[in-house]
Write a protein that binds this ligand. Structure first.
Ligand code: HEC
Ligand code: HEC
Ligand code: HEC
Ligand code: HEC
Length: 349
């Protein structure tokens, strides 16, 4: 064997080793979720799943409050959302919120300890809006969260800012040297599962309400916005949805026809409502908070951090594997926010 042949062989062996380093060691488990022969199978690496389980465990509930006692609105000065709770349940909710959002900082993350009624710290103003958002998700989006629902913990998991939030990408200069306009793609896209798909499918689809489609409805491109461009944004969003839930495309689609609802599993319908819910979270609750946040919390275009599928799911097909925390925290489920109730009373007078 000549020196060159040996070098070549070594090179081949090394490249093969480095290519395979990205592969996962068998055995891999496959779970069928559609008719036989349709390839509707979820592929799991049991070792990765086992390692991930501790990330989806519900924390122990705060001990129950003593029953009875006056309503919080009669005792405190500045309660706009939780006024109907008993004082005991109100304090219990404060303890839980502290553990979910600011376990290291404690009450003073949101409060001036000299004056708990004051709204001077921005985090308290944000937290009040988050309470309304959580209640709205649990009351109006049962089409997605069913009776399982969400609490602050679903997104925050003990962090001030949830681990996965997104910002609108900064628009690029029209020309990027020799390559020209990248049009927001062709680099490693974390949203698009490390592909070269568009990096920010969230602005058009989870803030805006553009059509998530690839198939045009007419033969000619006149007025038909379902071009290759739309297909690329759609695939990027779909990759995000798959990775957020830790599933394959066939969890929601029969790949024989991605567009067909008749042959899609019911999870696709849940996901459809989820997309609408996330748009609502971002437009009704997050964006209006923009001016409340300090500059260092905002993104490159001055926008607020927003939610996507990963914010709640964090890699699980259901957040916290579908375990509900709601029965322990009535403050998270109030169907009508007292503020709205009094506004409705005024309106009906
Ligand atoms: C993540 C932010 C946050 C944390 C942490 C927090 N609170 Fe609150 N707190 C609020 C919000 C928001 C309100 C107003 C609720 C409303 O409008 O219904 C509030 C209101 C109160 C009030 C009523 C004050 C008044 O007179 O209006 C008291 C008392 C209170 N909190 C005590 C506590 C205690 C004690 C802790 C720590 C165990 C705590 N809070 C931790 C956000 C927080
Ligand atoms: C759907 C997910 C979601 C839920 C549920 C949720 N939050 Fe948030 N929260 C967010 C996002 C996204 C941000 C980040 C905004 C940013 O960084 O600009 C945030 C930010 C905050 C902040 C600001 C922290 C800081 O340091 O700037 C507070 C306080 C907060 N949330 C409290 C709460 C409380 C209290 C609850 C429950 C009543 C709650 N959140 C429920 C998504 C959520
Ligand atoms: C969690 C469920 C879910 C997963 C996982 C998922 N999709 Fe989707 N997909 C949907 C929903 C819901 C829609 C329709 C969105 C709408 O209309 O708002 C859709 C739409 C599409 C469309 C557009 C069809 C049309 O009408 O033009 C394509 C293509 C598609 N998905 C491909 C994929 C691919 C490829 C994957 C895997 C990378 C994937 N999807 C993973 C739920 C899912
Ligand atoms: C506010 C938190 C939250 C966000 C954000 C969220 N989900 Fe969910 N999702 C849930 C909860 C809670 C459940 C569990 C409902 C249940 O117990 O059946 C769920 C369930 C689902 C299911 C049903 C799984 C099954 O096997 O039945 C699908 C599919 C799904 N979500 C897709 C999505 C997609 C896609 C997005 C982003 C567009 C998204 N979710 C965003 C909270 C959320």
């Amino acid at each position: 064997m000549s020196f060159n042949q040996r070098t070549l062989l070594t090179w081949v062996a090394l490249s093969a080793a480095s290519l395979l380093a990205g592969c996962e060691r068998p055995p891999i488990e496959a779970v069928q979720n559609g008719f036989r022969g349709t390839g509707m199978v979820q592929v799991y690496n049991p070792r990765i799943v086992a390692k991930d389980i501790p990330n989806h465990v519900v924390p122990e509930a705060v001990p129950p409050a003593a029953p009875g006692g006056p309503a919080a609105s009669r005792v405190y000065q500045n309660v706009k959302v939780l006024g109907d709770l008993s004082v005991g349940e109100f304090s219990r909710t404060m303890v839980a919120m502290t553990a979910w959002v600011a376990p290291e900082q404690g009450c003073t993350y949101c409060h001036n300890p000299q004056n708990f009624a004051s709204d001077e710290i921005y985090t308290k103003v944000v937290a009040r809006k988050m309470l309304q958002m959580t209640q709205k998700i649990n009351a109006d989006y049962k089409s997605h969260v069913v009776e399982t629902g969400v609490t602050c913990y679903t997104c925050h998991r003990g962090n001030n800012i949830p681990k996965d939030v997104w910002f609108t990408a900064k628009p690029e200069a029209r020309s990027d040297g020799l390559i020209g306009d990248r049009a927001g793609q062709n680099t490693v896209s974390i949203a698009g599962a490390y592909s070269s798909l568009p990096e920010d499918p969230f602005t058009p689809y989870l803030l805006g309400a553009q059509d998530i489609r690839i198939n045009g409805e007419t033969a000619l491109p006149t007025g038909n916005r379902h071009s290759i461009k739309q297909a690329e944004w759609t695939y990027s969003l779909m990759s995000h949805m798959s990775t957020s839930l830790g599933v394959n495309c066939t969890y929601c689609h029969n790949s024989r026809s991605f567009a067909s609802w008749e042959t899609s599993p019911p999870q696709r319908v849940t996901a459809w409502y989820g997309i609408r819910m996330v748009r609502d979270i971002n437009n009704e609750f997050m964006t209006p908070l923009t001016s409340v946040f300090p500059a260092h919390r905002l993104g490159p275009t001055g926008d607020v951090g927003k939610a996507n599928c990963l914010t709640c799911h964090q890699g699980a097909y259901k957040p916290l594997y579908g375990k509900s925390m709601l029965k322990d925290y009535p403050a998270m489920v109030s169907a009508v926010v007292p503020e709205q109730a009094s506004a409705m009373k005024v309106a009906s007078k």
